[in-house]
Ligand binder design. Structure first.
Ligand code: NAP
Length: 464
């Protein structure tokens, strides 16, 4: 069903949601088009005519966080079913969803402007001034398949905390978790129209969200191709983009002994389908032999299989198209295959490690978004940093080292939105400012930062 103006609606047309592992249908959703999207915007406009006070917004968000905790098994199972995400990772995502709603509730309660020191200039003498933070207006939110619960939470919770009504378009492959969040918000007392969910044709829904002037802000997480076009087509809207990465990490000689294990887990969890999945590993000469000897067996020890199994580390990629693309990139890469490169009997891509592929190979410079990591031997930190910076992406990067000097060099010179030191660049806690530079995006999420993006300052000047 769709949620528009507080009503759960059918359209007569259905979107079937299938398990990426078994192909079984795991749910169906009423399919929306242009007309339903316009109705959703009408409902959002109507809702925003009666602003919800901050304490009510916060209470609703806190209630949802509580329900995500109480219904943890169901939420994790739904994520796993529709995305093919192993239960281990789905449980982490479901818990992070609680965190996202909790931090957004905090932001709703402390949303405020600031005093302006007016008598600091002659012109301002005798006046007081302050700013109010006001909601930008209706938010159009578009989300990807790979975190169907928590990335939807990162759109809905801050927008509602900011006092904005939302029209959400979840990924067609994974709309079920989004609808469950909508149900929880509805049960928590969110009045009609504040959240509307339309699943269906991306171009039809996207066109309406772009063209309708009542939508003040678009917040998009997904691939760069789609994201940057959206921004081009909506020059007068506030457009926030969270896009892809080809995540690099540098391993130096003094790295912690568990570095290989950490990187093996973070390159292949959810079959590499995280925007900050470890992809390009640059290993210093002196560390190379020991690291390769440690890393490859750790990768081979990962358990492949049914995502519903609590022991599984690596499951399927989202669909056959993605699988064929990833296999063809492995095939055409010019490096040495250290492990993987093929598929299991049930069609899963085996975790693949490629050594010393050229910088021009797709696995070295594009986002693989699959269970593939490259290892490249480097002779100096300068070279490693240069290679890490050499793609068009800039979301997160990391370094493992025992040297403060190397760590701080990397922090200063890696051109990314975030740099992790002695932690995989796949790390994210939900309150962090998270987002990319270069082709990876133009915004920061994390409730405090997203609320700032989705509100604007209004100046109030008082003649005393
Ligand atoms: P995608 O193909 O770009 O899809 C993302 C969303 O955009 C989906 O809801 C999709 O709808 C919609 N969409 C597609 N074409 C559209 C159009 N013309 N107008 C409006 N909406 C349109 O990305 P994905 O494959 O789902 O996700 C993987 C990508 O997301 C990767 O590049 C990954 O790095 C990136 N990502 C980034 C972050 C981050 O925080 N930076 C987090 C997660 C993922 P349909 O599903 O109906 O096609």
């Amino acid at each position: 069903m769709l949620l528009i103006g507080g009503e759960w609606l059918e359209t007569g047309d259905w979107l079937e949601v299938s398990s990426p592992y078994s192909g079984e249908v795991v749910g169906r959703v009423a399919k929306a088009g242009a007309q339903e999207t316009t109705s959703a915007i009408d409902a959002a406009e109507q809702a925003m005519r009666e602003p919800l006070p901050a304490h009510k917004r916060a209470e609703i968000l806190v209630k949802v966080a509580g329900q995500l905790g109480r219904r943890h098994d169901e939420v994790a199972r739904l994520i796993s079913d529709e995305a093919g995400k192993p239960m281990k990772a789905a449980r982490v995502e479901a818990k992070r969803g609680m965190s996202t709603f909790t931090f957004a509730a905090v932001e709703a309660r402390r949303l405020s402007g600031e005093m302006v020191p007016m008598d600091a200039s002659q012109a301002g003498e005798g006046k007081l001034a302050f700013t109010l933070r006001v909601p930008r207006g209706i938010v159009g939110a578009i989300t990807p398949f790979n975190f169907p619960c928590n990335l939807v939470a990162h759109k809905l919770a801050p927008a509602l905390a900011a006092g904005c009504a939302v029209v959400l378009k979840p990924a067609s492959a994974t709309p079920l978790s989004a609808l469950l969040l909508a149900e929880l918000l509805d049960e928590a007392g969110l009045p009609a129209g504040w959240l509307n969910v339309v699943a269906g044709s991306s171009s039809e829904i996207g066109d309406v969200l772009i063209d309708d002037e009542r939508v003040a802000a678009l917040t998009f997480t997904g691939s760069g191709d789609v994201g940057w076009k959206l921004k081009e087509r909506a020059p007068r809207k506030h457009v926030g983009l969270e896009l892809g990465n080809a995540t690099p990490v540098i391993v130096c000689a003094g790295a912690r002994p568990d570095t290989a294990a950490t990187l093996a887990a973070n390159a292949f969890s959810f079959a590499g389908q995280s925007c900050i999945s470890v992809q390009r590993i640059y290993v210093m000469d002196e560390a190379w032999d020991a690291f390769v000897a440690d890393f490859v067996p750790k990768v081979e020890a990962l358990k492949l299989g049914d995502p519903a199994d609590e022991e599984t580390d690596v499951g399927p990629v989202i669909d056959d198209g993605a699988r064929e693309r990833i296999l063809s990139w492995i095939e055409e890469s010019d490096g040495e295959l250290l492990t993987g490169g093929d598929t299991t009997a049930d069609g899963l891509i085996r975790p693949t490690v490629i050594a010393n592929a050229s910088p021009q190979a797709k696995v070295s410079c594009e986002e693989v978004f699959g269970p593939v990591a490259t290892l490249t031997r480097t002779t100096s930190l300068d070279e490693a940093i240069e290679l890490a910076n050499s793609t068009r992406y800039g979301l997160q990067a990391g370094i493992f080292t025992g040297s403060l000097h190397e760590a701080l060099q990397a922090a200063q010179r890696l051109e990314f939105g975030g740099v992790t030191i002695n932690e995989a660049p796949t790390f994210r806690a939900d309150q962090m400012p998270y987002g990319g530079v270069k082709a990876s995006g133009n915004t920061r999420e994390g409730p405090a930062y997203a609320v700032r993006e989705l509100t604007e300052e209004r100046l109030v000047v008082i003649q005393v």
